[in-house]
Design a protein around this ligand. Sequence first.
Ligand code: ATP
Ligand code: MG
Length: 722
Amino acid sequence: DGGKRPDYLAGLNPEQTEAVETLEGPVLVLAGAGTGKTRVLTTRIAHILNTGRAFPSQILAVTFTNKAAREMKERIALLVGGAVEGMPWLGTFHSIGVKLLRRHAELVGLSSDFTILDTDDVVRLIKQLIQAEGLDDKRWPAKQFAGMIDTWKNKGLGPADIPEGDARAFANGRGRDLYFAYQARLTTLNACDFGDLLMHPIAIFRKNPDLLKEYHGRFRYILVDEYQDTNTAQYMWLRLLAQRAKGEPQNVCCVGDDDQSIYGWRGAEVDNILRFEKDFPGAKVIKLERNYRSTEHILGAAAHLIAHNEGRLGKTLFTDRADPDDVKVQVHASWDSEEEARAIGEEIEQLQRGKHLLNDMAILVRASFQMREFEDRFVTLGLNYRVIGGPRFYERLEIRDAMAYFRLVAQPADDLAFERIINTPKRGLGDTTVRALHDYARARDIPMLAAAADMIETDELKPKARKALFDVIQSFRRWQELLENTPHTELAEQILEESGYTDMWKNDKSAEAPGRLENLKELIRSMESFESMRGFLEHVSLVMDAETNENLDAVSIMTLHSAKGLEFDTVFLPGWEEGLFPHQRSLDESGRAGLEEERRLAYVGITRAKRRCHIWFVSNRRIHGLWQSTLPSRFLDELPETHVEVAEMEQSYGGYGRGGYGQSRFDKSEPFANSYSTPGWKRAQANRTDATRDNWGTRSGHAVERIGYGESGPKGRTIDGE
Ligand code: ATP
Ligand code: MG
């Protein structure tokens, strides 16, 4: 139109410009990391608003996390000069789903004030149903069925759609009936689960074509970020809203990268990329190839690594950022994870002295238990950190439970600890008993544990509760006697075993359970560096007290899964060892596909870095007091030598003794030191004759159980405005 082009378009490259300006018709932007996909979406929205093509309320925009939605809102406001009056339909699939469902709840038999059940509620409800059916809930665990329902819902399958074979898998073929019963029960309760936030809107749109048409009229532009990680239900939902009658505008734009599909384990379907072109004929497919984020070395390393995957759509990536000062990707080896945390802490402090902000640094771990070592170290150093996408290590449910046991042993007057674990695992000591104990303790001004000891002598409690309470008190007495003379790590393990707490998670069939068990092992491990149980408890209270102010300059710690879409000047990637990364469970459960998803995760990790990328592996992990040698990750072998260099290892071996730290430590490690004195992961590997890729051996040659690491995906799902 000859007018001045708005500023926000000025910096875009031709392909990006095309993606922003092709506002009519379906558009698929398929491009590698850091090529500006998210920026294209944001600019596109700004452009739509700026040219008056739609009001903010007529744009439907989907992001992968709530955080990403907030950031996108802020950026749009900047681009259009703050004139955006909100964007009511910008959010995650779930948050938009809630909004739709609140409006039309009555169409699926709910009222608009329905409640959204969390995982615990769901499991409790299913358990009731299983029992009501006269089934044995030990043989058919509620958690397992909750997992099946979740999987079905990710695939967009309601009870009526359950294939014969699938239904037979649970409760001798009664899975389907149970699923029906579950949905009916939810309706009676005026409640829904997470999956329903998509399933209900899908049902509503299918049954009410007129209403769907109304929404077609409303949503003039539809945009989706991180499209490669949509699952089938999300795709169905999207297609309903985006696919229009012939002649009507289908202004839908999805951006994604098949190489960054990392949620297959949660039902994401990378094939949705291929479906798009089929379902939206004439879609314009735009490729972006210039990376604006990373140095040539970082990009080269990432590209070479991901080229080892077979199932790829194939893309090229290049950058103009070739600065002779750019450093290669650095690979470091450490003796063990404690030293790894120490070395990374040093590196961070050094960057800090060079005036780099902590905000520009991130540590990305494969499994959440790895965070513990960094948190401990940073508290010791006084380095600010924040954990993104999940609780801090010592704030996790299973860690808090375990700590409550330890506290109560060391400090019998700790009533909060008592209340937390008295019925965890379940012992038939429900609210009534706890209330009675509470009242008794209050009336006499004594701790609840003491009250419990008193009350079992009376007949104020039901016989069953009395018996259970008697057993618990006996256990605590025993543990308290052991406190002074048993090594505290041993005692801690004993407590978790004898209390039934470890078994509780072993019997738990949910996806989180293995990770929780791994965290518990890590907790025991973390106690090793303390003299006593009390010393350890004190340390934890200090860590828990550490500042977590959002505005503070702080290093970010998060899982690789939650790092998607983010970028940092410096990225640290610890724990690149076989079994941890690639993760053993992924390999066991999904074979080659699992390995490729792990490799994509590695690609996501490296491509988060703008200027510096440090990869670490350790030679030993110490588990239950046993040294286990580990193998460097195969992904390290897949990095190109031209873009990678092996960092000097003097930190790791000998002469490191800062503040006298080194001495005792390396005395311990003396027998193994030889295999470790030469830099280079390849050398480290060659020196290791006593372990193979598939089987982790110990130095002493004993067989050791395969270590199952925790899954690292974001656990708590939250919804904006709920
Ligand atoms: P990912 O796949 O990791 O989500 P992405 O493709 O979404 O990456 P963006 O996050 O949008 O990439 O962009 C990466 C970085 O490059 C950002 O800092 C962004 O501001 C910058 N960038 C993108 N396009 C341009 C451009 N045309 N000029 C300058 N910087 C750009
Ligand atoms: Mg992005």
